[in-house]
Ligand binder design. Structure first.
Ligand code: AGP
Length: 614
């Protein structure tokens, strides 16, 4: 949530900051801005440009009111509003009272009201409604001989979370960055140094990046940086080599990142599965877990925790663990887990799932589980992300960068990883070699299962035309199709703004069926796996209320033709993998509905890719 970027080097900062912000726009896009340290009439000053809306709007403002190309130090921000409406005055960077210090911030200052009252009493006037502005004033109030000492002194007063970058007209040759709870990545190629909220703006300059830990503060100069702790101890952080083609974060000819990412899924799954399935043993190898068979055997139960789409993948995982490994497994929404005081013990395995690896509630759940002595592991996509690092053990998805706010390829790979984990646990506990081989073979089919759904893109588009004008829709399914139904409804609502609900197929008649009529389509997830016959009965009930029905069914299942001509087919497959092609059909359906309604698919209103506030 919110993206921050900073550049210090020999070249003009503005185009580099804008290019970086474009790569971070997925983190928030209600307003943006940059601040430069620039020579003006022989003195250094801070120059500021901010605009409401996306980075294009800021670029237009810069085209109309250009900033000097001579400035080679600057910071930028793209915002997802927490405190104060999206407006120019609330957009970052924020300036200190004397206008000589500029700050960008990602996170939330919990005690900002108290700090604001104290600063107001000392004569500071606030120009915004944000929590961040207190930081700029606090740094000015705590002015010391060096900028890093001023920032450090200011941060002593701050409760809450932050990733910040600070520049000062009085210290034109450096930039200070610090982290507590919000990601900060630094990279330097020997002449230029960059900071950002994730690696994307940095990889065009260097693939060696350094992640700050909580409590770190760093001094950036052109071509180098030094990390210390907020208590001024020397700190050493190992750089990480990023195996990431910068072109992977471009649209590559697709109209939207979401569509590109949907079509990348066969390859994403291949990368996710590569080297992890051992057919002869009917097993999976997941070395990042660092678990010996006896460790797995000693676990008595599993708790999976996550938010949003990752939560639905976790629900699927809870079924897979119980089916394949016979180990009690439950899913818990991460915000509930962190505050509900759940029962976990040393023989509880806690699995935190997060595409971004930065979701605040999931991170807090990881910390709570670790505090209670559980064995914690993560399933993340972003390498080096906070959850991945704090969990200590885990599995990366290898799905590649996911830019569209609506999660697609990450979900598929989360389900694939959970299936592999369930297989690994199953083979350690109760699954036979023959049963394991059957699961491995089912998993190996995954890329082709997805390809067969992608090949129906035009047909799915035609079906989308029939429901694009609706205001409500229901998704139903049972067994492994229940999480698939929930995920389908989430995809539709988040990008098309069409009201959609996912229900267990059996639950519909306990209330929501009252809403069905000829204007409310029902999307039924009904491939030929256990539960199919029962779901057919539920589809009958929907048709009896005149609801139009779209069925996602297996090839060769002619029973569905009695209800509708709108059928999307998936190849015959094992129930453990069926959710994957079904969800691909739902993704394409949601995508086309949103496109037909003219919505901004990659950056839906009110959402952000990485939810770093609770
Ligand atoms: C997915 O389409 C959503 N944008 C959202 O639900 C997301 O899955 C959720 O915020 C969790 O994110 P994470 O996987 O990065 O933790």
């Amino acid at each position: 949530m919110c993206g921050i970027v900073g550049y210090i080097g020999p070249n003009s900062a503005t185009p580099r900051l804008i290019a970086g912000l474009r790569k971070l726009e997925y983190r928030g896009y209600d307003s943006s801005g940059i601040a430069l340290v620039a020579p003006v009439n022989g003195n250094n000053e801070i120059l500021l440009r901010r605009e409401v809306g996306k980075i294009d709007a800021l670029q237009r403002e810069l085209d109309t009111h250009p900033l000097t190309a001579d400035a080679t130090v600057g910071i930028g921000h793209t915002r997802w509003a927490t405190h104060g409406v999206p407006s120019v005055r609330n957009a970052h960077p924020h300036l200190s009272r004397n206008g000589r210090i500029a700050v960008v911030h990602n996170g939330i200052i919990d005690n900002y009201q108290e700090l604001r009252a104290q600063l107001t009493a000392r004569g500071f006037e606030f120009r915004s409604e944000t929590d961040t502005e207190v930081l700029a004033h606090l740094i000015e109030l705590n002015s010391a001989d060096t900028l890093v000492d001023s920032v450090r002194a200011a941060l002593r007063h701050v409760q809450g979370t932050f990733g910040i970058a600070v520049v000062s007209a009085d210290f034109p040759d450096e930039m200070i960055v610090a982290r507590r709870g919000s990601p900060i990545v630094i990279g330097s190629n020997g002449t230029e140094t960059l900071v950002a909220s994730d690696v994307a703006p940095i990889v065009p300059y260097t693939t060696s990046v350094t992640f700050l830990d909580d409590g770190d503060i760093a001094i950036l100069t052109p071509g180098r940086f030094e990390i210390r702790s907020l208590s001024n101890a020397s700190v050493s952080r190992e750089p990480t080599s990023v195996d990431w083609d910068p072109g992977a974060a471009e649209k590559g000819g697709f109209e939207h990142f979401m569509l590109k990412e949907i079509f990348e899924q066969p390859e994403a799954l291949e990368n996710c599965l590569r080297g992890r399935l051992i057919e002869a043993d009917g097993a999976a190898k997941l070395s990042g877990l660092r678990l010996e068979p006896r460790d797995i055997a000693s676990l008595s139960n599993l708790v999976i925790t996550a938010c949003g789409t990752s939560y639905y993948a976790g629900l699927h995982g809870s079924y897979a663990f119980e089916q394949l490994a016979g180990i009690p497994a439950r899913i818990e929404q991460a915000a509930e887990f962190r505050y509900r005081n759940p029962i976990v013990s040393p023989d509880t395995g806690v699995i935190a799932i997060s595409q971004s690896g930065e979701t605040a509630d999931t991170l807090a759940a990881v910390r709570e589980a670790a505090r209670k002595g559980a064995l914690v592991c993560s399933i993340c996509n972003v390498v080096g992300s906070t959850i991945a690092r704090e969990a200590g053990r885990g599995i990366y998805l290898h799905a590649g960068p996911e830019i569209g706010v609506a999660s697609t390829k990450a979900f598929l790979c989360q389900v694939a990883v959970l299936n592999m984990m369930a297989l690994l646990f199953g083979r350690t506990r109760r699954l036979s070699n023959a049963e394991g081989i059957c699961i491995v073979r089912a998993m190996q089919q995954l890329p082709n299962l997805v390809r067969s759904v992608l090949a129906q893109n035009d047909r799915i588009c035609a079906i989308a035309e029939k429901i694009a004008g609706c205001t409500d829709a229901f998704y139903i399914g049972r067994g492994y199709m229940y999480p698939a139904a929930l995920e389908g409804a989430l995809k539709l609502k988040e990008i098309s703004y069409l009201h959609a609900e996912g229900y267990h197929a059996a639950e519909l008649k306990h209330g929501p069926i009252a809403l069905l009529d000829e204007h409310v389509p029902v999307i039924a997830c009904a491939p030929s796996i256990p539960g199919h016959d029962k779901t057919m009965g539920n589809i009958q009930e929907c048709r009896a209320r005149k609801a139009p029905v779209i069925v996602i069914a297996s090839e060769g299942d002619e029973s569905v033709s009695a209800f509708t001509e709108d059928v999307i087919r998936i190849p015959a497959c094992h129930e453990i993998v069926a959710a994957i092609p079904v969800v691909v059909a739902e993704q394409l359906l949601a995508y086309h509905v949103a496109r037909l309604r003219g919505e901004p698919i990659d950056q839906p209103r009110n959402l952000a890719k990485s939810v770093t506030v609770e």
